[in-house]
Design a protein around this ligand. Structure first.
Ligand code: GLA
Length: 387
């Protein structure tokens, strides 16, 4: 993909580009905890966005998308929310401009194999790849965490999703064969080897993508804040659900709408589950780790209500299979993928089973991806033939 992207760039823009490889992510456990100051356990994967990019000495930015074969352009004096995928690029440029960082015109070709709307953070990969490419071309000297925060702000201000930091963080901080536990409050993080030898991370794409996903996401965030406000009356030190516990939540149960109570109940439990899961990962305790994943799915489905019948069905299929240690919906929800820990030698059987049962039930084929854990965003100079 790197060579094809480079060649297309040279064909269109007649110069040698910089190459940026920007991965999607998985998250083993810790869903909807990031914007509640909790913990997450993500990793970057082998699905990626590739940029070929170079400066063009103008005030115009031109971007060619290989997936749509379309070239879109915008002027640096006219950066504003705009429909279509260009919005993600403009969001990044806007955030750089806001910080007073010099931006000049550039040309780029964008390719990729991260399925859109599948919960693997294609948007964070688009944002992270561009910010890293421009950081390199203009020599801003931004740290990876600064770049992640710029990507997150771009997402808030242009597509308008009030996301946490997990996706942009994992995209930029991934390390081969390591998962990362991030404390989303302090932004401290630690790498852990993916300590389940003989198991693969397999993603099953329900092929469902609800258009409500981003608005419902923002609703969930507000509901968590509502819970925190109620708890704060008696416990002013509580700044977020990270500081709350079940006793505090019970104290305000009668005052809260039932759904707000359920949302907070899920988040408080999930923040603890990530802590427990990290210990189990270190111990290599696969079966208990997998059980926590199933518990997360229950919470996401019944209390947080971000699953859907197709995802619940995929998880129920996984539960039937001995080769699966754990499974759950991954990412924001409302469609997208389940994440499954599957015994390597049985992956083919598992994939065949899922495909045939899902096809029978819903009349459509799910895509299934057997992933590997890879490095975060990588900038490559001088990528020639055979490189
Ligand atoms: C989306 C958001 C993340 C995170 C997850 C749910 O991927 O971008 O910040 O909140 O949903 O865990």
């Amino acid at each position: 993909m790197i060579q094809r992207t480079r060649e297309q760039f040279i064909h269109l823009f007649e110069k040698e580009p910089l190459i940026v490889v920007s991965p999607g992510r998985i998250n083993l456990i810790g869903e909807h905890t990031d914007y509640n100051d909790g913990f997450v356990l993500p990793a970057a994967i082998d699905k990626k966005i590739v940029y070929a990019i170079a400066l063009n000495n103008t005030q115009q930015c031109n971007a060619h998308a290989v997936f749509t074969q379309e070239t879109v352009s915008f002027h640096l004096n006219d950066v504003k929310p705009t429909p279509g995928w260009i919005n993600y690029l403009m969001g990044v440029v806007y955030q750089l401009q806001e910080r007073g960082l010099p931006v000049q015109g550039f040309d780029c070709v964008v390719a990729g194999d991260i399925p859109v709307g599948a919960g693997m953070s294609s948007s964070a990969a688009v944002e992270g790849g561009l910010v890293a490419g421009l950081n390199h071309l203009f020599g801003y000297g931004l740290t990876r965490m600064e770049m992640a925060l710029i990507g997150q702000q771009a997402e808030h201000t242009f597509p308008g999703v009030q996301c946490g930091i997990m996706d942009q963080f994992a995209n930029l901080h991934g390390k081969k064969d390591q998962v990362i536990r991030l404390d989303c409050r302090s932004l401290e993080y630690e790498y852990f080897p993916f300590n389940f030898p003989g198991y693969k991370v397999v993603l099953c794409n329900s092929m469902v993508h609800h258009s409500l996903a981003s608005s419902e996401y923002n609703v969930r965030r507000r509901q968590c804040e509502e819970g925190v406000k109620a708890i704060q009356v008696k416990h002013p030190a509580v700044q977020s659900l990270r500081d709350a516990n079940m006793f505090m939540l019970e104290e305000v149960k009668e005052q809260l709408p039932a759904k707000v109570y359920d949302r907070c109940n899920y988040v408080i439990a999930e923040i603890q589950r990530v802590q427990d899961a990290t210990v189990l990962l270190k111990q290599g305790n696969l079966s208990e780790f997998g059980q926590l994943m199933y518990d997360t799915h229950e919470g996401l489905s019944k209390l947080y209500e971000v699953s859907c019948p197709e995802l619940d069905f995929l998880v129920s299929l996984s539960r039937e299979r001995e080769e699966v240690a754990g499974a759950r919906v991954m990412g924001g929800g409302f469609g997208g993928c389940t994440i499954n820990l599957v015994k390597t030698e049985k992956v083919d059987d598992f994939v065949a089973y899922i495909k045939s049962r899902y096809q029978d039930q819903y009349g459509k084929a799910p895509e299934v991806y057997v992933t590997t854990i890879e490095d975060g965003v990588t900038v490559k100079e001088n990528v020639r033939e055979n490189a």
